[in-house]
Design a protein around this ligand. Structure first.
Ligand SMILES: Nc1ncnc2c1ncn2[C@@H]1O[C@H](COP(=O)(O)OP(=O)(O)O)[C@@H](O)[C@H]1O
Ligand SMILES: [Mg+2]
Length: 471
């Protein structure tokens, strides 16, 4: 296999273990200029100073890069694609962005970035977007081909030569036009769960039909989204079930969980703080708050930026003592995040379902019993039956499948392996502890009132599940 620089270097600019001198200097400058979000980008789009704990996912992406750039023809013509899936805030967008940047910088690849809610929301949006990339001359040939090939969507406005005509086109025609260029193409789709399954399927099928390794035509695709992305790919309108073939599935899926270790979190915060010239006070308190990050990259960045701004007002000392500025602000920010998700669920009448899911998971951890799809349906049904009624109107019971899909859409429930039969996991278990607290709180009358009924249902289910499994 002919190797290019990009095979190894896609993530070259990204710090995972140590900061380079150059990176450290930049952090210092950003700190002095109070650009805290450049150092710990909680809720902004910058790449974090340190991208920790994603070795496996980066390896998968690097392998895709190598395959994409492979020059010698290969017998296999299978589409090379990766799906980054996981709960919200785990770093899917960050990985996608770091990968796109790397491919753009170091490789002879044409990178085309799209989002599910944008370019893949309708066929017209996709066609117009791709057409803008297609080289002018080939667009006109494509245009000819398109007319004889029939209608799949309408091209409204692309290059000036097409502006006056309405061309019926499919993504396949445009991809073919694009692929006649000498460079391989990398397509990325962020927020893929929001894509219209029909458009997504059409794109995947077009890519598959266009790839021709012997002619040197290589196209790769990386999708990123909440666990609901897999539902979009399996949707009957998608018609690209081959993409989710069991045989290929393992290599194609890259789960991105909230699984950062305390060590990883510690390094990701300590190194930039030290680079900024900040002293860490109270290492015990520091460790405790690292634990409060619950393995979430998003919470990790929140803690980092909280520490930075506190230190900037405290003689460059980050004091992690309990009930001091960092501790209190971080707790408030984490709770605000939980609260947002909680009220989202509550508005949809799903708060009791979340409570039951949390109870089911605590039980499974206690007993070592595996959670089955049937159990999930049972707790959702129980939660829907005893949903706290909002004042003024009694809501009709939702469908169990819809409720489950909502949990997946929010990334609260997922199957890391991508298999429909699980094993199922909670996206962020600590959120469900927060939910439990809301129900236990007697001041929270509307929720507290239904707790006995919820507990009774769980007692019955626990009897079914049985005593702790023998190890
Ligand atoms: N591997 C990582 N190490 C440290 N921080 C990370 C990592 N991945 C992402 N982050 C940070 O976590 C937050 C959420 O990342 P993002 O990519 O937006 O998540 P997602 O797209 O999965 O919702 C961002 O603030 C980002 O800087
Ligand atoms: Mg994202």
């Amino acid at each position: 296999m002919q190797r290019t620089r990009a095979d190894k270097d896609v993530f070259a600019g990204i710090a995972t273990d140590v900061l380079s001198d150059k990176q450290a200097r930049r952090i210092q400058e950003d700190y002095e200029a109070q650009r805290f979000n450049q150092i710990f980008p909680a809720g902004s789009l910058a790449i974090p100073s340190m991208l920790v704990s994603r070795t496996q996912q980066m390896r998968q992406l690097s392998a895709l890069a190598a395959e994409l750039l492979e020059k010698s023809p290969s017998a296999q013509q299978s589409l090379i694609g990766i799906v980054l899936h996981g709960p919200r805030g785990t770093g899917k967008t960050t990985l996608l962005k770091a990968f796109s940047n790397g491919m753009r910088d170091t490789a002879a690849t044409q990178v085309i970035n799209m989002t599910g809610s944008g370019e893949l929301s309708s066929m017209d949006a996709l066609l117009n977007y791709l057409a803008a990339y297609a080289p002018k001359q080939s667009t006109s040939t494509t245009f000819q081909v398109a007319i004889s090939a029939g209608v799949e969507g309408h091209l409204k406005r692309t290059t000036s030569e097409l502006a006056t005509e309405q061309a019926p086109l499919s993504p396949a025609h445009l991809l073919r036009a694009l692929a006649s260029a000498t460079r391989p193409i990398l397509l990325t789709i962020d927020e893929a769960h929001a894509a219209d399954p029909r458009v997504l399927g059409s794109l995947l099928n077009s890519i598959r039909g266009t790839i021709d390794r012997r002619q040197g035509i290589s196209i790769g695709i990386v999708l990123a989204g909440t666990p609901d992305t897999l539902n979009a790919l399996r949707h009957e309108d998608c018609k690209a079930t081959w993409f989710m073939d069991r045989a290929d599935l393992e290599g194609r899926l890259a789960a991105v969980p909230n699984d950062l270790s305390i060590d990883d979190c510690g390094r990701a915060i300590r190194e930039p703080l030290l680079a900024a010239g900040i002293t860490i006070e109270n290492t015990q308190g520091f460790e405790r708050l690292l634990g409060e990050c619950k393995g979430s990259p998003y919470f990790l960045q929140l803690l980092g930026s909280t520490a930075l701004s506190a230190a900037s007002q405290n003689d460059d000392i980050a004091d992690f003592t309990r009930a001091r500025a960092i501790d209190l602000t971080f707790e408030r920010r984490v709770n605000a995040r939980y609260h947002e998700t909680w009220s989202d669920l509550d508005k949809k009448g799903l708060s009791a379902c979340a409570r039951q899911m949390g109870a089911l998971w605590r039980k499974s951890i206690e007993t070592g019993r595996i959670i089955k799809q049937g159990h999930i349906y049972e707790v959702i049904e129980s939660g829907l039956t005893h949903a706290p009624r909002r004042t003024g109107r009694s809501e009709a019971l939702g469908r169990i499948e819809d409720a489950e899909a909502t949990f997946e859409h929010l990334g609260l429930l997922w199957s890391m392996t991508g298999h429909i039969n699980g094993p199922w996991d909670l996206g962020l278990p600590s959120f469900f502890d927060f939910v439990e607290e809301q129900f236990q709180d007697a001041q929270n009358i509307r929720h507290h009132r239904v707790l006995p009924a919820l507990e009774m249902d769980m007692q019955r289910l626990f009897q079914e599940i049985g005593p702790p499994a023998q190890s």
